[in-house]
Design a protein around this ligand. Structure first.
Ligand SMILES: [Zn+2]
Length: 184
């Protein structure tokens, strides 16, 4: 899935915070944004879908972090909780997409995300056929709608801009492969 889809899904978890406690809407959004985007930094450092993806540890840490934020509600605990939720959901949900390859629609590599606890790759489920597929964009838009309704200001602006980029990426995804190959 596109990193923008992961950010949109993470921000969706910040919506209830913004509705219940508007003063914490900002920290929740920042935490969600960072946690949703962070795993894919391993595109640049280490092994993609492995170095910074934690499909078991991420969700396992998110649960106590949410508990702590409910008990001790401060901007920091709420931001940290949303960051871990974003990171955990991103990591685990990558298994719903394709394997790590430049032409994921060919399905030659079914390794989707690395489970450090089990010491093995989780296999791709192809619920979202590949990053930049129409269904990927659909998930991004669907997750974004409540966020765009509840949030205004910079969150709405940034997410709207990211969705525009996601739409362009989706249009060009298959044509971009030769350029990706040159970079790799
Ligand atoms: Zn990822």
């Amino acid at each position: 899935m596109m990193v923008i889809t992961h950010v949109a899904v993470a921000l969706l978890f910040a919506v209830p915070v913004a509705l219940v406690e508007p003063s914490l809407a900002g920290p929740a959004a920042v935490g969600a944004f960072v946690g949703g985007a962070l795993p894919d930094l391993d595109l640049f450092v280490g092994v993609h879908r492995r170095t910074l993806h934690f499909p078991v540890v991420g969700p396992a840490l998110a649960v106590p972090a949410v508990g702590l934020a409910l008990l001790v509600t401060t901007p920091l605990t709420v931001g940290a909780a949303l960051a871990l939720v974003g990171l955990g959901v991103h990591s685990a949900s990558d298994a719903l997409g394709a394997g790590e390859e430049l032409r994921p629609w060919e399905r030659t590599n079914t390794d989707a995300v690395y489970d450090h606890v089990g010491g093995r790759w989780w296999q791709a489920r192809y619920v979202v056929p590949y990053d930049g597929s129409p269904r990927d964009l659909l998930v991004a838009v669907a997750a974004s709608l409540p966020v765009l309704v509840v949030y205004d200001g910079p969150v709405r602006l940034v997410l709207g801009g990211l969705l525009g980029m996601a739409a362009v990426y989706t249009l060009l995804r298959r044509r971009l492969v030769p350029y990706f190959e040159r970079v790799v």
